[in-house]
Write a protein that binds this ligand. Structure first.
Ligand code: PRT
Length: 109
């Protein structure tokens, strides 16, 4: 199921090394300054919110799926900047298994 995530992480790593920002979208995002990736993520979140709100009107899940995929893709690029892998995120979620969100929040440091 998460093979595609692993593949994307590999591609991002390669793009990070070979910064061909004219040919690669990933490289172009990593190359740009002024917190470009952070702005992209907030843009993708907004697009996801708008599509979710529009669901009542459009009655099509595919637009929510598109925006969610864009968001996850950009999150992977952000994580790569900190050398954090998606597995680290999954491990964090595993740690929270069977712990109520209310209790987990109280225990956060
Ligand atoms: N999965 C993706 C992927 N998902 C989304 N995107 C891009 O993310 C962008 C989404 O941003 P927007 O919706 O805001 O689109 P936009 O308006 O064109 O973007 P801006 O002009 O605002 O920056 C689009 O340009 C999409 O093409 C992706 N680009 C690349 N990949 C994967 O990454 C691989 C390597 O890509 P390159 O680095 O371009 O070779 C590809 O082979 C794909 O497998």
């Amino acid at each position: 199921m998460f093979n595609i995530i692993k593949k994307l992480e590999k591609i991002i790593k390669i793009r990070k090394k070979k910064m061909n920002f004219k040919k690669s979208y990933i490289a172009s995002v990593l190359y740009r300054k002024n917190n470009y990736i952070l702005r992209k993520i907030s843009e993708e979140v907004l697009e996801l919110i708008l599509e979710s709100k529009d669901y009542k009107k459009k009655k099509k899940k595919k637009f929510i799926i598109y925006e969610c995929a864009d968001l996850i893709f950009h999150i992977l690029i952000l994580l790569s900047k900190f050398n954090i892998s998606f597995k680290d995120i999954l491990n964090e979620l595993k740690k929270r298994k069977n712990i109520s969100g209310i209790k987990e929040k109280k225990n956060r440091k």
